[in-house]
Design a protein around this ligand. Structure first.
Ligand code: ATP
Ligand code: MG
Length: 557
């Protein structure tokens, strides 16, 4: 990957460097552990680039692990889309693809070991009683009346829980730690609960499921993960993570060195929401058109929008990782995308708001070719022919009957260069009965063609793009804007009230002939307009549909 060279150090790299120097680990192993209960979003991309990037830079491994311990919310559709998204971002896990649910038996066996060693007990209080006895930040919790059940009693109950003898909610298995701990997460947290639910991977094999906080450290340890990187909200869970793995190591269940949990600040980005719950609401209530709506900050949406994997990786490198929460401006993300697209996207001409320009002194029926460079900074990409004829399309905003000061484009009496073509002088315009301008007239200077001797004798300030009307073809183009009109959606009022009512405008544009047969997902710069991509879902051979990825400049500043 070309962007592998950019290595910025950060506190996680410092920890890893120290571990390697001290001989604590010989190989670095990280993991990306999504729960398959939704589509990945831009925040996940940060975590993916971090974990896979570390594995790449330290010649280690990064596992893709589906954290599928919750039977009720998980689906194969999400598994498939997560696999696609990580690959699309440019990362590979080789053969290191895992499912937490494949460890259910080990997790269960370890729980029996904990029970036998007196580190866990079956609690038969109701959920409410447990909540009430947990205490508060300032007050210690109260021990459950079942806390002193003997290991034999606990083991028997736990086995009956597994065999389906009890309905949901009647018993839980709790770690036996310290009901007076200053950290509430250590006040005998629940580690197993009864759920008579079918699981997408294990079917009806289990009616007893591990809690995430119990399952996750075990998954890491069984996979010999060295650095288990997660977001800051898990900081208070780290003591339990360590407690559990130390107990399990003592019992011979897992091997050392144990994985180390390291927390970093999650990505927060202006103008978007990065929470599965809110994204699900936007999709379910049809405020957008599905998970891959180009306005959504999902990775499937980003792909349709035309954002590039290299742009995501660049963004991840640029923002880095820190320990303190921050809000990143969306324009930084867009700038990274622009940087990548500026280098890679060929230039093409599109007229988004077409108005006729008639060259009265150009013979009807005649046509010739002008040559337009495919990329101004990369001459090796060559030029392509763009047909020129008597009737052209220009942008409506490139003509004004009465120009304001500083307007250098077409107005009666003014000269402009038709980019890569001729210089013309405007002679007037036609209007319909309602007074709308329907065509502009001009004369051209036959000796003014771009690149020919003498072309420079015409001094003009305006340089506009155009297309031959008979050669251009119409196509649907979607001009996307931000989905929310405020930087922090939902902060001041209901999220839905912050939706930008003009987040997409669908137009019929005129495109140059070279834009007719394009492959889905091909990127282009439409000159003077921005970067566009052929929609991967709706584009058909000979009939492309384009999405605007990002404008040329930040229009929001
Ligand atoms: P959400 O908070 O949107 O519901 P999640 O954290 O529940 O997402 P998971 O599938 O559990 O989603 O996340 C997989 C990994 O991605 C976790 O390691 C999590 O820390 C990380 N992650 C999730 N959101 C962000 C974010 N905004 N920035 C960075 N990493 C994130
Ligand atoms: Mg989460």
């Amino acid at each position: 990957m070309a962007d592998a060279e950019i290595k910025v150090t950060n506190f996680i790299r410092n920890i890893i460097d120290a571990d390697l120097a001290a001989g604590r680990h010989a190989i670095v192993r990280t993991r990306f552990p999504p729960e398959p209960n939704g589509y990945l979003h831009f925040g996940h991309a940060k975590s993916i680039c971090l974990n896979f990037g570390l594995a790449r830079d330290y010649s280690g491994a990064c596992h893709l692990r589906f954290d599928d311990t919750n039977p009720e919310k998980e689906e194969q559709e999400y598994v498939d889309s997560i696999i696609d998204a990580v690959h699309w971002l440019g990362w590979d896990w080789n053969d290191k693809l895992f499912y937490a649910s494949n460890y259910f038996q080990s997790m269960y066996d370890f729980a029996e070991k904990l029970i036998e060693a007196g580190h866990a007990y079956v609690d038969s209080q109701s959920a409410e009683e447990m909540r009430a006895s947990r205490g508060t930040l300032t007050e210690a919790g109260k021990p459950s009346p079942y806390r002193d059940r003997t290991p034999a009693e606990n083991l028997e109950l736990f086995r009956r829980m597994k065999s389906g003898a009890f309905p949901d909610g009647t018993h839980v298995l709790r770690a036996k730690i310290d009901m007076a701990s200053g950290n509430i997460n250590l006040r005998d947290p629940a580690i197993y609960r009864i759920r008579h639910a079918e699981h997408h991977n294990t079917g009806n094999q289990w009616c007893l499921y591990p809690m995430y906080t119990y399952a996750h450290p075990i998954e890491d340890a069984l996979e010999n993960i060295t650095h288990s990187i997660c977001t800051l909200e898990f900081e208070d869970q780290r003591p339990f993570y360590d407690w559990l793995l130390q107990r399990l190591a003592e019992l011979g269940c897992v091997s050392t060195p144990l994985p180390q949990q390291i927390e970093f600040a999650r990505l927060n980005l202006t103008y978007v929401v990065l929470s599965k719950r809110k994204l699900i609401q936007l999709v379910d209530e049809k405020h957008v058109n599905g998970w891959d709506d180009p306005r959504l900050p999902t990775l499937v949406g980003a792909r349709r929008r035309g954002y590039t994997p290299a742009g995501f990786r660049k963004f991840a490198e640029m923002i880095g990782v820190t320990k303190s929460d921050s809000l990143i401006d969306y324009s930084i993300f867009e700038e990274c995308q622009r940087d990548v697209l500026n280098e890679t996207a060929p230039r093409r001409i599109a007229v988004l708001d077409p108005l006729k320009l008639v060259i009265d002194n150009y013979p009807a029926g005649q046509e010739e070719e002008c040559l337009a460079p495919n990329h101004p900074q990369q001459p090796e990409l060559g030029k392509r022919a763009v047909p020129f004829s008597r009737e052209l399309w220009i942008e409506r905003e490139d003509f004004m009957e009465v120009p304001p000061k500083g307007y250098f484009r077409l107005f009666p009496g003014n000269k402009v260069r038709l980019r890569y073509g001729f210089v013309v002088v405007c002679t007037g315009c036609d209007k319909d009965d309602a007074g709308n301008i329907v065509a502009v007239h001009c004369n051209y200077f036959a000796d003014s063609q771009s690149g020919t001797p003498g072309a420079d004798t015409y001094k003009v300030k305006g340089n506009i793009h155009w297309l031959s009307a008979q050669h251009a073809h119409p196509a649907e183009v979607r001009l996307y804007d931000r989905l929310f009109k405020v930087p922090n959606p939902g902060a001041e009022r209901d999220l839905l009230e912050d939706i930008n009512p003009d987040s997409v405008k669908t137009i019929t544009a005129q495109l140059e002939p070279a834009l007719r047969d394009v492959a889905p997902e091909e990127h282009f710069q439409f000159e003077r307009h921005g970067y566009f991509v052929a929609d991967r879902v709706e584009s058909k051979a000979g009939c492309p549909v384009f999405n605007r990825t990002v404008t040329l400049k930040d229009a929001w500043k």
